[in-house]
Write a protein that binds this ligand. Structure first.
Ligand SMILES: C[S@@+](CC[C@H](N)C(=O)[O-])C[C@H]1O[C@@H](n2cnc3c(N)ncnc32)[C@H](O)[C@@H]1O
Length: 296
């Protein structure tokens, strides 16, 4: 492939090997990463963009019924990803483009996620600027990535020594990237990153970063949607918003529907619960059927 393809080359042998490897290692990798992924991928909306989902390691963190826009240029991952999505009841739409050139409009995504992908893309800074371009104000980039260990440590030495065979086997993966700096330099309004370590026999892979669950960022998105809902109430007189309702280009209906879904598992604070209940017409269970709220 040439530069117009974003530099991604899918090799038939290694492409297939990686699909089989990540399918086979799925439970093992998740065993290591579960406690880090759980807070990062909590509270995702019902439409999510994922970069390089591979064979679907993160589907288990999505609510059944989620629509997943999968930016996955490697064709050898696609059939496994489709099968895994069906198992997890996730509606997947695969886009065979690279993260350096995402074919989605500006400010169209509420959440973008990735795990173990920025290590492999050709140009992580361009990928992160693409993520920023497609995120809407108040949207979130939620990631779990592996990075270079601190200079002078034995892990850093192993990462450097094994860099060539590692990159060959794992289709360009580098364990030597300072991805925290790349993400911090991308111009997000708030960035909180937590470094952590896992203990696996795959030594170069053991140093990681993840997005911290930064309360302010979460409040930011929630407040923005709550204000949209207040404006909706001011116009229609009721908070009974239809599930498919878009307000000012934002999926207000699906956000309101998420709030209803969050109540039962205790994912909504008492304060937020009270503020929603104070809105005229707010209901925790909408009557079924097409006319479950006004259209305006
Ligand atoms: C190490 S795998 C990780 C897969 C999955 N996210 C996981 O956690 O198991 C890296 C993934 O990134 C994808 N990838 C490689 N280059 C990419 C690019 N330029 N843009 C988007 N995805 C890319 C690969 O096809 C592969 O699915």
């Amino acid at each position: 492939m040439d530069d117009d393809d974003g530099g991604f080359e899918s090799h038939p042998g290694r492409g297939r090997f990686n699909a089989v490897f990540f399918r086979g290692m799925d439970a093992y990798i998740d065993w290591h990463l579960h406690k880090h992924k759980t807070p990062v991928f909590d509270h995702l909306p019902t439409t999510v963009v994922e970069l390089g989902p591979g064979v679907g390691a993160n589907l288990r963190y999505l609510t059944p019924g989620t629509r997943l826009l999968a930016i996955e240029p490697n064709p050898y991952m696609h059939s496994s990803l489709r099968r895994a999505a069906a198992r997890h009841k996730v509606e997947v739409e695969i886009r065979s483009v690279v993260g350096e050139r995402i074919d989605l409009p500006d400010h169209s995504a509420e959440a973008v996620i990735s795990s173990l992908v920025l290590c492999t893309v050709r140009d992580p800074a361009t990928v992160v600027s693409e993520i920023r371009r497609i995120l809407r104000p108040g949207g979130h980039y939620c990631f779990v990535e592996h990075v270079a260990a601190e200079t002078g440590t034995p892990t850093r030495w192993v990462q450097h020594s094994l860099r060539r065979p590692w990159a060959w086997v794992f289709e360009g993966c580098s364990c030597e990237r300072d991805l925290a700096t790349v993400i911090r330099s991308a111009g997000f309004s708030e960035v909180e990153i937590t470094p952590y370590r896992i203990h696996s026999p795959f030594l170069p892979f053991n140093t990681h970063i993840r997005r911290s669950c930064h309360l302010l960022a979460v409040i930011d998105a929630w407040e923005m949607n709550f204000q949209l809902l207040q404006r909706y109430v001011a116009r229609t007189g009721t908070a009974r918003v239809r599930r498919d309702h878009l307000k000012e280009g934002q999926p207000l209906g699906s956000w309101a529907s998420n709030q209803r879904a969050f109540l039962k598992p205790g994912k909504l604070s008492q304060e937020r619960t009270a503020r929603l209940e104070a809105l005229p017409g707010w209901q925790w269970k909408l009557p079924t059927g097409p006319a479950s709220g006004p259209h305006s």
